[in-house]
Design a protein around this ligand. Structure first.
Ligand SMILES: NC(=O)c1ccc[n+]([C@@H]2O[C@H](COP(=O)([O-])OP(=O)(O)OC[C@H]3O[C@@H](n4cnc5c(N)ncnc54)[C@H](OP(=O)(O)O)[C@@H]3O)[C@@H](O)[C@H]2O)c1
Length: 310
């Protein structure tokens, strides 16, 4: 497959590039040339900037498949469609679980669950606009490519190169062993968590392209339900450490510990999305302990820099 990847040099896209290269595909990258410039020296790079609508390097090109990892606002999607819509076999858009309207969701919700209203009045990507902007992107992708569009909606992604530090925080903390205070009281131990291993996500993306599958796919994992306590224990097991999780009251100002959600009203919905559709077409399920072990090894190899969990 001749693939163009818009992005590909940070985390999610980088993992897709690695999977595509190991699958023997012909990969070309498009980006500003700012991130991960030392990566993939044998992969051609086209230089442009989506924020200033600079796509000159893509003019006249055509591709079996395009993976759009770096679109956050509908203008990004439309500009590529205007240039290349008839010159791409399949367009795969990386959306997000943030498109869903959790208030209308149900436990086990699938891809048909209602989305938030599309945002088209701002390009400021923030906590409240990220999901609605992705909704607008999805709508424009469907309008431009129809049956040639594939949309993947990952939940929180975890794996080596993750710059969000959310899972890495727990991997590193659990490896230290000892008592870990978990705010929210005893019931917090049961908080469900969904994490998508970045390598499983990349393999899904490749499978969807190779099998030429249209439509929308939730991408959440691991295969078996896990609680926040189970996640911390899996991280400890990966490190060979011993931890004791101590439930404590939530501080007055709330907690900013990553992946800890003390608002229980949406646990059953946000933490129990269905990825059955993706599993049916080959979404793999790396065991959480393995994801933790790989993140631990990567974090140690890079010298454990200070973390700033999102
Ligand atoms: N991480 C998660 O938990 C999670 C969950 C759900 C969805 N997602 C989705 O995954 C994607 C993020 O993945 P990632 O950042 O890890 O992907 P990535 O493709 O590995 O990295 C982002 C790429 O975009 C390029 N880029 C940034 N700004 C650009 C611009 N203005 N013009 C052209 N290229 C630009 C960067 O290169 P240059 O800097 O060189 O331009 C870089 O190659 C997003 O679509 C996000 O919504 C992530």
């Amino acid at each position: 497959m001749r693939m163009l990847i818009l992005g590909g040099t940070a985390f999610v896209g980088r993992t897709v590039v690695e999977a595509a290269l190991s699958g023997g595909h012909e990969v070309t990258l498009f980006g500003r040339g700012k991130t991960g410039t030392e990566l993939f020296p044998d992969v051609p790079r086209l230089v442009g900037d989506r924020d200033s609508d600079d796509y000159r390097a893509l003019q006249g090109t055509s591709w079996d498949a395009l993976v759009d990892v770096s679109a956050y606002v509908p203008r990004h999607v439309r500009a590529v469609a205007e240039l290349l819509a008839e010159r791409i076999g399949r367009y795969l858009f990386i959306s997000s679980g943030a498109v869903y309207d959790w208030a209308q969701g149900r436990p086990g919700m699938d891809e048909t669950s209602p989305r938030l209203p599309a945002e088209r009045t701002t390009e400021e990507v923030g906590a409240t606009t990220y999901g609605p902007l992705k909704v607008a992107c999805e709508d424009d992708v469907m309008a431009a490519y129809g049956q040639r569009a594939t949309i993947v909606r990952p939940g929180v992604v975890a794996g080596p190169y993750d710059s969000s530090d959310r899972f890495t925080y727990w991997v590193r903390r659990a490896a230290q062993g000892g008592q870990i205070e978990l705010p929210g009281g005893r019931g917090q131990l049961e908080q469900p968590v969904q994490l998508m291993d970045s390598r499983d996500l990349a393999n899904l993306i490749l499978a969807l392209l190779l099998d030429d599958r249209p439509g929308v796919y939730n991408a959440v994992g691991p295969a078996e339900p896990v609680t926040i306590a189970g996640l911390i224990h899996a991280c400890a097991a990966a490190a060979g450490s011993v931890v004791e999780i101590v439930p404590v009251a939530e501080p007055a100002g709330g907690t900013d510990l990553p992946l800890v959600a003390t608002d229980r009203s949406r646990w059953d919905i946000v933490g129990h999305r269905s990825s059955a559709r993706a599993r049916a077409v080959g979404l793999t399920a790396t065991p959480l302990k393995q994801t933790a072990a790989d993140v631990l090894a990567w974090d140690r190899a890079r010298g454990e820099p200070p973390l700033h969990p999102e």
